[in-house]
Ligand binder design. Structure first.
Ligand code: HEC
Length: 170
């Protein structure tokens, strides 16, 4: 078999594979459940910054881009949103804070919510490639970090007040 033929076979197999994975149902539901309860924002600016940089994965108001319908990218986007909402959901604040409050997960202490912004962990770098508007200046990062710490600290009904279990173990 000559090399040309081999290349065409490989291309055909890849193309067929790409079409086949589009049949996988996971990742195309793109649901935005109702907003239950937002946190008690310390200021409108904090919400604006969070909306710009965090809401696509940490709220029920996700803007689903077109490529979120094309596997395998759709799988990654769906996974990010599912996981993001599970750890921190600005649209279901009390629930997500209560569920994660005692697990010793990094990022659940009020000040750590801000730390992930300051240390560049959030928003994830692959997200910034496709969402330039989510890039924050250093001043905006500082403002968001402070604002989130204040917001998380004053969240209502004691939802985040109890960390009876172990300290986060690094
Ligand atoms: C592209 C989706 C996406 C965006 C945008 C995003 N996050 Fe996340 N975030 C995740 C995922 C997925 C996780 C859970 C897995 C992990 O820790 O990486 C997470 C986890 C977290 C955690 C828990 C950290 C930990 O290690 O347990 C915090 C706090 C957080 N994000 C804050 C933010 C803030 C604040 C913003 C906005 C500045 C933001 N995230 C933007 C996807 C995202």
């Amino acid at each position: 078999m000559n090399i040309r033929k081999l290349v065409w076979i490989v291309v055909a197999v890849l193309a067929a594979g790409f079409l086949l994975i589009q049949l996988v149902p996971y990742g195309r539901a793109h649901d935005n459940p109702p907003v239950v309860a937002e946190p008690n924002w310390d200021s409108p600016q904090t919400r604006e910054l969070a909306q710009r940089a965090c809401f696509d994965c940490h709220s029920n108001e996700t803007t689903w881009p077109w490529y979120a319908s094309v596997a395998p990218v759709s799988w990654m986007v769906q996974h990010d949103v599912d996981e993001g909402r599970r750890y921190l959901n600005f649209s279901d604040w009390n629930q997500s804070r209560a569920e994660n409050g005692g697990e010793g997960r990094e990022g659940n202490e009020p000040e750590e919510v801000g730390n992930v912004v300051l240390n560049g962990q959030m928003p994830p770098s692959q997200f910034l490639l496709t969402h330039p508007e989510a890039r924050l200046t250093d001043a905006e990062k500082a403002a968001l970090a402070d604002g989130l710490a204040a917001t998380a600290g004053q969240s209502p009904a004691g939802a985040s007040a109890d960390h009876e279990s172990d300290e986060p173990s690094d």
